[in-house]
Design a protein around this ligand. Structure first.
Ligand code: SF4
Length: 474
């Protein structure tokens, strides 16, 4: 079966179809033994939405008796859950596909698949059909719950399955999740995005903004509490716009408050668009101790002319007003950001304005990127006279500044005692534990492993640019 994505369809936003269709995912019991004796390997690229999608996919596969392996060489089913946000993510996927091809040549029974945002791109799927004919399965972000059916077709009929829908999207409840952590969990509160920033592919790959019903979100959070989870991160491309697609007066501030009232220890939310961040939200964050004082607030550029070309809907002055409001009203709040350099025709002057805003805000940290042209977006058609060498130079200059302020922000923690949720052992040093402060600082810790899964007090003994060292004091 071949159902191709379509950029034209992905662009549509039919106002009459705003109603969210909520379907219930129901496990197909007849497929429960399909993967018996077989293993799967998933490689995930990109954002937290993708990570959580992979948690859903793992649970779907395990419902079919597949078992996870972290060794790709041993897998019967290899799936790449892809990201379309930047070209280098694309290149990494196509590079990795070379390794998968080698495996298929050695073991033709191996099933190779691609899903996620790249699978939603018409040009990508065309390329796969032409140059990567050995890929067995491609499915998109709208039909993860069809995976059991698609795999059944491949295994029993030896058919290639390409099923990608370019549509505004539904909300499918009840898809199970095999969560990576036992202590902190992603909870989707909305899908898609209607902002259409001119550089961004997400509104085309993830569909229209559609919020989950509060009852479903709260039910999920309460269940997580019962299972012993300490932290939830409310997920969406633009969580502050939660509820704007409903015809009711229930918005992000109301949801945040209701989630806070469940009593879960820690609540975070990503990602925030400055345009939708309201005073009411700030008031709720201030009111509840279990909403963490950490805000990721992408600015993207410090230049009003670039922000306008990006279609970001705010000026740097409006961003700064919000920034200072957050700093004033949420004590000890850490604020991080995203910045793009080298947007088409970004002048030196415009770039300097970005450096100026970084100097002014002194962000706790920033994810910095060179502009990446995404096929089908308005920015991909903009003229651009800035060379890649110059963009690289700007990125380096920006990174130096960002690193300086990240270290300076961390230095304020030296000798302080801070609450840390201990998540497990450090990847780099198995003699150390690792966790995050309420303000989202990574801490490597000396202490008793019995603290894993608990929020404990940690004294900070050393600081680095991207992490802290500490010891447990209670
Ligand atoms: S808000 Fe802008 S950058 Fe963020 S997902 Fe939506 S379109 Fe993309």
């Amino acid at each position: 079966m071949i159902q191709m994505p379509s950029l034209k369809e992905a662009r549509l936003r039919k106002q009459k179809d705003v109603m969210v269709q909520t379907k219930q995912y129901i496990q197909d019991k007849s497929l429960s033994q399909l993967g018996k004796g077989k293993t799967y390997f998933i490689k995930t690229y990109g954002c937290q939405m993708n990570e959580h999608d992979s948690e859903n996919i793992k649970a779907l596969l395990e419902e079919m008796s597949f078992q996870e392996t972290t060794d790709m060489e041993k897998a019967d089913f290899i799936l790449l859950n892809t990201c379309a946000i930047r070209e280098n993510a694309h290149n990494k996927v196509f590079g990795f596909l070379g390794r998968v091809k080698n495996m298929k040549e050695k073991n033709p029974h191996v099933i190779a698949g691609i899903c996620g945002c790249m699978a939603q791109e018409e040009v990508v799927v065309e390329e796969i059909l032409q140059k990567y004919k050995w890929v067995d399965i491609v499915f998109g972000t709208h039909n993860i719950h069809h995976l059991p059916k698609l795999l059944h077709q491949i295994i029993t009929q030896q058919e290639k399955e390409i099923e990608v829908y370019s549509k505004e999207g539904d909300i499918i409840e009840n898809i199970p999740a095999k969560r990576d952590s036992k202590y902190k969990a992603w909870v989707n509160i909305m899908y898609g995005c209607d902002k259409f920033c001119t550089y961004c592919i997400v509104p085309y790959t993830r569909g229209k903004q559609r919020s989950r019903k509060k009852e479903d979100i709260l039910k999920e959070v309460k269940q997580l509490i019962k299972e012993g989870y300490k932290e939830v991160t409310l997920l969406g491309q633009n969580v502050n716009a939660y509820g704007k697609d409903f015809n009711q007066n229930y918005k992000m501030e109301n949801l945040l408050e209701d989630v806070a009232l469940t009593g879960i220890d820690r609540i975070r939310f990503v990602t925030s668009h400055p345009w939708d961040f309201t005073d009411e939200m700030i008031h709720v964050i201030q009111k509840y101790q279990n909403i963490m004082p950490y805000i990721h607030l992408p600015i993207q550029s410090g230049s009003n002319t670039v922000l306008k070309r990006m279609g970001r809907r705010y000026t740097k002055e409006q961003y700064l007003t919000l920034f200072y409001k957050l700093k004033k009203n949420i004590p000890n709040c850490s604020i991080t950001t995203d910045i793009i350099v080298g947007f088409p025709n970004e002048t030196e002057e415009e770039f300097k304005e970005t450096l100026d805003i970084v100097k002014e805000c002194q962000f706790d940290s920033a994810f910095t990127f060179i502009f990446s042209k995404r096929e089908g977006t308005p920015a991909a058609r903009m003229e651009d006279s800035i060379s890649i060498e110059e963009k690289n130079r700007r990125l380096q200059e920006l990174n130096q500044l960002v690193n300086y302020y990240a270290k300076a922000a961390n230095e304020k923690y030296l000798h302080k005692i801070v609450p840390v949720l201990i998540e497990g052992y450090s990847d780099k040093d198995k003699n150390k534990l690792v966790g995050y402060t309420d303000t989202m600082k990574l801490v490597n810790i000396k202490g008793d492993p019995s603290a894993i899964g608990n929020i404990v007090k940690v004294e900070i003994t050393d600081v680095k640019t991207w992490s802290l060292d500490g010891k447990i004091v209670s």
